[in-house]
Write a protein that binds this ligand. Sequence first.
Ligand SMILES: Cc1ncc(COP(=O)(O)O)c(C=O)c1O
Length: 391
Amino acid sequence: MRKACTPSKFVADVMNKVPPSGIRRYFDLASGLEDVISLGVGEPDYVTPWHIREACIHSLECGETSYTSNYGLIELREELADHFSTKYRANYDPDTEILVTSGVSEALDVAIRAITNPGDEIIVVQPSYVAYVPSVMFAGGVPVIISTKLENNFKLTAEELEAAITPRTKAVIINFPNNPTGATMGKEDLEAIADVVCEHDIMVISDEVYDCLTYNGGHTCFASLDGMRDRTILLNGFSKAYAMTGFRMAYAMASPKIISAMMLIHQYSMLCAPITAQIGAIEALKNGQHEMERMVRDYDRRRHLIISGLNKIGLDCFEPKGAFYAFPSVENTGLSSEEFAERLMNEQRVVTIPGNVFGEAGTGFLRCSYATSREEIEVALERIGAFVDGL
Ligand SMILES: Cc1ncc(COP(=O)(O)O)c(C=O)c1O
């Protein structure tokens, strides 16, 4: 008789330290309910524009089914370089400074692994996307949390950053426009961050996946600030702006040394991003501007609808200037974020995500995605109103 295996014994220690995503839990809870309206998912409700899908279909018909360069198709990298040069005056060499990845999710993981030695501290600014802390932990790094505050419009301040930096700090991860708050940071705000970053000689991983989704004023690309290009690993992708979440298409831009380190991981773990998705991305960059802007105008209308609706209900709502999330406070209801979200789901069948899922700083808030139809937002607001009235 051979010795029985205890699989749990083989799981790496870090896996027991990383909690499962709090977002998933709410989808699982909602999955058994009928007539549910979801303000839960961070995903456009649009189908990818037809011309992008058509370009992919055509490429398949032509038999374009091979691997690509590990870096990604050169045509895509050239389009990206042109796009960033025109839009942000951020210049990258398509041969050595751009890596095409499977989603910002992969770019983030590879970026953190490429720069982190065991024990290095990586600052994570919260509330923020749920993958940051686990990605740092998987890489053997130590996440150091900064909690942004409502009174600062959920912006990161230079003082907060300065206070979190230690001799072990390697980098800070920033994400503006922000998931889940919708906060943005203008040029002046970012310049103050850039000063601190330079003074303490650390890197910035800037996740700008919502750069196209800004409403009052444009976006400042962190890497475009004076002296910041080589200090920044710029991450961006097609999921949100072009409604291409399922394509898993994104990219990282950085100095050649950083990109080649990231490439080393990417080539052995992923080899390359899927060719069909890369062809879709080229089409999106070449001809997708008009459709993308139409979607953004529509998000903006929904943004007004949901913000004014939530405020009328009595859930104070900070005005988000980017992404597609409202982040109202539920504190004056006397319920915690989790109690509010769970009861709202069970009693009124509206899915939202408790703010604390995005870090302690989100305690007392609720994330409501408005990447859903006007009609659904209207019904959701009626139901949220009925729920709050009944408390
Ligand atoms: C801030 C942020 N970064 C990255 C991602 C993941 O993007 P992708 O679909 O490109 O992996 C998301 C998805 O919600 C996000 O909100």
